[in-house]
Design a protein around this ligand. Structure first.
Ligand SMILES: [Zn+2]
Ligand SMILES: [Zn+2]
Length: 756
């Protein structure tokens, strides 16, 4: 009897692959079995049509699955199968496959949620093989119920019948549960009083409290969200006050695409992404603000982060409430998102009036992912890569070729907007967004997440990659590894902006190119002991990376204070220009000008340059979050761009090797003083930078340009690059990773494997 063995690797666990194979094998009248193994899925079958069967697997695979590798071969066996079955996975295997992220609730499960006659009516945890939480409930892999937080809920006879029925959408659905056997929700006020009722009554009570201006902490699939009525200015201001978040925009949850269309300018492309299994928040232009309290939601902006109800809980609350809701990560001022009842009540107790808890234990808390499309050329820009995308992977064939010694690598990433990356096997795993490690709780989250990856992959790092910065928080973890492994691990340092460049080269698989220019612009990164970098040009040529140009240096003073106070950047870049005297009192003027004159530390930070220009054009407040003034500058400049004003290159007459910071800045100051339109000046500043890139690129005779660093979250800048350089150069932007410091971990890894 001919026996065939098939191996399939990729995203094939937790996506309904085994039940799919079972049904397909029946159709082809094959006998044998399918099972999960460390490399994905293994199928052993006997019958005539195994080759056709193999081809059909590729054509008809489940929607959320991805096949990266597959093979079919004949094997010898004495065993004769008399049926086809799903064989339980062997215990204690260590997987070498991509981890499966959380999936948004599918349309068929959504229908059940709102069907009065359905047993899952108002049951927020309605899932099937094609949808529901995965990574957030996973304790270890392979993805089997017993390895997840759902294990504690024993399936009732009905659920079990679905689980065992090959015709059912919940056949072998590991997350299957129902109101009888599954996860319970309960509602409490912040005094500890519990509200009793059915799920429907609980959501109705919640909606009633929200409509009276109350703030709710609601446990969603990957962590708590704070919510209030998005049409109620007072409620939003109260939330801002309690959360200590004065100005940073909030995301808004809509009940569905049709409601979104009433408020927002949304394209087909955006709708596709809202309805995808990742379902990120998308920063979208407002069409008609209607009843939205827009000034409180997104001060001074004409965009909002729009959230699609991607989980059962979000669908139920948004439909029951009937109006848009603020939906922001349930945390307090920079701490990580809360995920347990205790954490939520302790940390969010001073913010929320009500708590909607549930009995499902979150294993991997994650924030929502956020993306944007540039308005004109629809270039995708990732602002935060987390739930739905993480732990994203790259089956980096190139990397595994490079990592010939199969070293186990941990790459620590940056300190602000931290992520880390590991190579424990043939795959690269990039963690979800973790956040600013200067916050103690966030640092703890970082350490715990590293530990949980170590457990999943049975992993001790042999090589640890860190930033050049001598004082980054994330390197503290090295001392936490066992003495033996900490001593034997080799530690390598990689410069911040080189890591950024390596990150885009790696993401876009550009390592084989002869020559490519990297425009690496961000806030700050450690350059040398006297230089803070941030406006850098690198050339990758003959397999070497070299810094070839920069934003001309200016004095770096008062470190963090400079980052939060745009007028200091303006003063420094201007070289103590008297025209700025109006912004300082006598004492400040004396101290700052003196510090600037004597400063031994210089910077080429593009982020600070944007701050300085924003200041001159009217953004005179201190900043509450990184990039705040740059967002405002982008907005007024975008408005001018939309009006098709004539563009001026302020440096047209100049020849330069490095961008002449002071010269460009004094021109902007002059334009402002002469009373030109502020939006137009802002737009011309953006345009001048694009023309400067062009000059420098032509100087090095390159044909391709790659972009990385947080400044490239500026969608106008991206559109202008495409508009004016797109015909002359091949352009490469991040699409899977964020351009900001979230990509440092992946960049460190690439740099190490390729260039160290
Ligand atoms: Zn479903
Ligand atoms: Zn049940």
């Amino acid at each position: 009897m001919k026996t065939t063995e098939i191996h399939i690797s990729g995203r094939v666990q937790g996506v309904g692959f085994r039940p799919f194979i079972f049904n397909l094998a029946e159709e082809f009248q094959l006998k044998g079995y399918v099972s999960n193994d460390e490399l994905g899925v293994i199928i052993v079958c006997q019958g005539e049509n195994s080759e056709q069967f193999f081809n059909e697997i590729h054509h008809r695979k489940p929607k959320s699955s991805e096949i990266i590798f597959s093979e079919i071969k004949e094997i010898e066996t004495a065993e004769i199968f008399d049926n086809f079955y799903i064989k339980p996975t062997e215990k204690n295997i260590v997987v070498d496959i991509p981890l499966t992220p959380d999936f948004a609730t599918c349309e068929s499960c959504e229908t059940e949620l709102f069907d009065e006659k359905n047993p899952r009516y108002f049951y927020p945890f309605t899932t099937c093989t094609q949808c529901g939480p995965r990574y957030s409930v996973t304790k270890k892999f392979p993805f089997e119920r017993e390895n997840t937080a759902i294990e504690v809920f024993k399936m009732c006879p009905n659920c079990l019948a679905e689980y065992q029925n090959p015709e059912d959408v919940r056949f072998h659905s590991q997350t299957n549960s129902c109101p009888n056997c599954g996860i319970q929700i309960w509602l409490k006020d912040n005094q500890g009083n519990e509200f009793k009722g059915s799920n429907k009554e609980i959501f109705e009570k919640l909606a009633k409290e929200l409509s009276q201006g109350k703030i709710v902490a609601l446990k969603n699939t990957a962590g708590y969200l704070l919510m209030c009525d998005a049409t109620n200015s007072e409620a939003i201001l109260e939330l801002r006050k309690r959360k200590r978040r004065p100005t940073k925009p909030f995301a808004v949850l809509f009940s569905g695409i049709s409601t979104m269309k009433e408020y927002l300018e949304i394209s087909e492309l955006q709708i596709q992404h809202f309805k995808s299994s990742e379902s990120p928040i998308i920063v979208t232009k407002i069409k008609d603000k209607k009843d939205l309290a827009i000034e409180e939601i997104s001060p001074n902006m004409n965009t909002i982060g729009a959230m699609f109800p991607y989980s059962g809980t979000l669908k139920l609350i948004s439909k029951t409430f009937g109006k848009p809701l603020i939906a922001t990560s349930g945390n307090f001022h920079g701490s990580p998102i809360c995920s347990t009842t205790e954490e939520a009540e302790q940390i969010l107790g001073k913010i929320a009036d009500y708590f909607l808890h549930n009995t499902l234990e979150i294993q991997h808390p994650q924030d929502d992912s956020v993306i944007k499309f540039s308005p004109k050329h629809h270039q995708k820009i990732v602002f935060r890569r987390s739930r739905g995308f993480a732990p994203n992977y790259f089956f980096a064939e190139e990397l595994s070729e490079l990592n010939k010694e199969k070293n186990k690598i941990l790459s620590l990433g940056g300190d602000l907007k931290n992520t880390f990356a590991i190579v424990p096997n043939n795959h690269v795993y990039i963690s979800e967004y973790i956040g600013d490690l200067a916050n103690f709780e966030t640092y703890e989250r970082f350490e715990n997440t590293v530990k949980s990856y170590q457990k999943i992959f049975n992993f001790q790092p042999e090589i640890i990659l860190k930033d050049l910065h001598p004082k980054y928080e994330n390197q503290n973890i090295i001392s936490k590894f066992s003495k033996k492994s900490a001593q034997s691990a080799r530690i390598e340092e990689i410069q911040h902006h080189k890591a950024h460049f390596a990150s885009i080269l790696g993401e876009k698989k550009l390592w084989k190119k002869d020559k490519i220019l990297g425009i690496i612009w961000d806030g700050i990164g450690f350059g040398t002991s006297t230089e803070i970098w941030g406006g850098e040009f690198f050339l990758f040529e003959n397999q070497k990376m070299e810094r070839v140009a920069q934003l001309e240096n200016f004095a770096w003073i008062l470190s963090d204070k400079m980052s939060k106070t745009p007028k200091i950047s303006a003063l420094s870049i201007s070289g103590n220009n008297e025209d700025l005297k109006f912004a300082f009192d006598e004492n400040e003027w004396k101290i700052y000008t003196n510090l600037i004159e004597k400063s031994e530390i210089k910077t080429s930070s593009m982020g600070r340059f944007f701050d300085a220009v924003a200041f001159v054009l009217g953004y005179e407040k201190p900043l509450f979050f990184e990039g705040e003034s740059a967002m405002w500058l982008e907005k007024i400049s975008q408005d001018a761009f939309d009006e098709n004003v004539k563009l001026i290159d302020y440096l047209e007459e100049e020849n330069f090797e490095n961008i002449p910071t002071k010269k460009l800045f004094s021109r902007i100051l002059k334009e402002k003083i002469s009373g030109k339109n502020l939006g137009e000046i802002g737009l011309n500043f953006h345009y001048t930078l694009i023309k400067a890139i062009e000059k420098i690129a032509e100087g090095f005779a390159v044909k391709e340009i790659a972009f990385s660093g947080g400044v490239w979250q500026n969608a106008l800048l991206v559109d202008l690059v495409i508009e004016f350089l797109g015909d002359k150069f091949e352009l490469h932007f991040h699409e899977k990773l964020s351009p900001n410091d979230e990509n440092i971990s992946f960049g460190q890894l690439n740099y190490y494997l390729k260039l160290k």
